[in-house]
Design a protein around this ligand. Structure first.
Ligand code: NAG
Ligand code: NAG
Length: 344
């Protein structure tokens, strides 16, 4: 490009930067996002009801995709391209579970979820998959109930897993009768989303309240699923769900870029016996440090009987304090990986 005048270089440069940004935005989407149904017409219809099988990865992901597209209009005022949509946190987390093998059958009695077998299958024996069910089905069905999805509550039904069906709810009506408080909290989030007067901070508050309450209510329901895992993986699962309680208090703005960057610090594969953070050789320094920190946080929380969480809530009562913690978190993430925050 040496023969181009300097002003042309600047133009060409600007152009390629803009392109790089556009192409990298879709790089941040969860795996198979483009291949999953983004509207109800992508699903089967029986007796006037859309039938969704949430035990197949692209179908569960499709529920999120509809949710993200139906809520996009409410986030337009905060940033273009749906990038600031706070619901991105949910499908990105599910994508991380998928790509790290956490949705596969941990008992290895079936080929569900394995690369060599039925790789799109989501196993009901996976603790991660069961916990995520309630962070996909409830937000999705509550959105239908709130009226933002454009269908009526009796027009959609989820299929049950092959076993322990009674632990799951499948429709708006049955989820409301089994989990009335949680459904109300998710619905409250959508009601605030619809209000033009809601601030970003308000939305964060309602979203994290619903999210943290969902995990809190369920945190013991699937403990029997943890038996199938190695000790470090089971411990990490517990640590992670505990940590989300603390993250909820800070109200992490789970937009597309931030969630993506944050997830790079989580274990990129299932933990096996002998994995001891912070010295796992195939993990990055940041992944080692974060895993070590999450386990430590869990120990502190457990040994203080969650008094540490109560104190954390008091400390984080003001927006200024929460902002300070988020800034601190960003500095740590950037320090370990200078390409973070939109530059890669
Ligand atoms: C996502 O959130 C982070 C942290 O608040 C912020 O720095 C970033 O600008 C947000 N992204 C968009 C696209 O608004
Ligand atoms: C939590 O605390 C109890 C007793 O205080 C202890 O028996 C248990 O092992 C602890 N669990 C973890 C994961 O540290």
């Amino acid at each position: 490009m040496a023969f181009l005048p300097p002003w042309a270089c600047i133009l060409v440069g600007c152009f390629s930067v803009a392109l790089a940004e556009v192409s990298s935005l879709s790089d941040l989407y969860p795996p198979l996002w483009m291949d999953s149904p983004g509207q109800f017409s992508g699903y089967r219809v029986e007796n006037g009801k859309y039938i969704i099988d949430p035990w197949v990865y692209p179908e569960r992901l499709g529920m999120y995709k509809i949710l993200l597209s139906q809520t996009a209009r409410y986030f337009e005022k905060f940033a273009p391209g749906n990038e600031q949509n706070l619901l991105w946190g949910l499908p990105l987390q599910h994508g991380w579970q998928y790509s790290t093998g956490r949705l596969a059958d941990p008992s290895q009695r079936t080929d569900c979820g394995y690369e060599s077998g039925n790789h799109l299958c989501i196993s009901v024996d996976s603790w991660w998959a069961d916990m995520n069910y309630f962070l996909s089905a409830l937000p999705f069905l509550a959105a239908v109930d709130s009226g933002i999805m454009g269908i009526s509550p009796d027009q959609v039904m989820l299929l049950p897993p092959p076993k322990i069906q009674t632990r799951f709810c499948l429709t708006v009506a049955t989820c409301q009768s089994s989990f009335p408080v949680l459904m109300r909290k998710w619905n409250a989030f959508y009601q605030h989303l619809k209000l033009p007067s809601s601030s970003f901070e308000d939305l964060l508050k309602y979203l994290w309240d619903a999210h943290a309450s969902t995990l809190e209510d369920l945190h013991k329901t699937f403990d029997d699923r943890l038996e199938y895992y190695s000790q470090p993986e089971a411990y990490f699962g517990k640590s992670w769900s505990c940590a989300v309680g603390y993250i909820a208090v800070v109200r992490l703005p789970t937009n597309l870029t931030l969630t993506h960057d944050f997830q790079k610090s989580l274990p990129p594969r299932m933990l096996v016996n002998g994995d001891r953070a912070p010295v796992i050789s195939d993990f990055t320094e940041l992944q080692n440090a974060v895993l070590f920190g999450l386990n430590l946080l869990h120990e502190v929380d457990n040994s203080t009987g969650s008094l540490s969480l109560a104190i954390w809530k008091i400390l984080m009562r003001t927006q200024a304090a929460r902002k300070l913690v988020l800034e601190f978190l960003k500095v740590i993430l950037e320090n370990y990986n200078p390409t973070l925050f939109g530059n890669d």
